[in-house]
Design a protein. Structure first.
Length: 85
């Protein structure tokens, strides 16, 4: 049951991160992947780097959203085309 909740939170966080960072999502599959990956990345950043322990649904969503925004920013850097003059 927790896995389904993680997918739902990850999907919503990934979709919202896509809207915040680029104005559109990347599709349901990529949004879920970005959200779940963002949750893992955000959880690692919050706990290991900053030393903050979070618990609860809202805190998990905020951490996943922050991590997903970081992943979307990295995706933008990777997909950016070089400027041609």
């Amino acid at each position: 049951m927790n896995f389904i909740v993680y997918l739902i939170i990850g999907g919503i966080a990934g979709w919202l991160a896509g809207k915040i960072m680029s104005g559109h999502g990347y599709g349901p599959i990529v949004d879920v992947i970005l959200g779940v990956g963002g949750g893992l990345l955000g959880g690692w950043i919050i706990s290991a780097v900053l030393g903050i322990q979070t618990s609860g649904l809202i805190a998990s969503f905020i951490v996943a959203l922050i991590g997903a925004c970081i992943l979307v920013a990295l995706l933008h850097l990777i997909r950016r085309q070089p400027i041609r003059s």
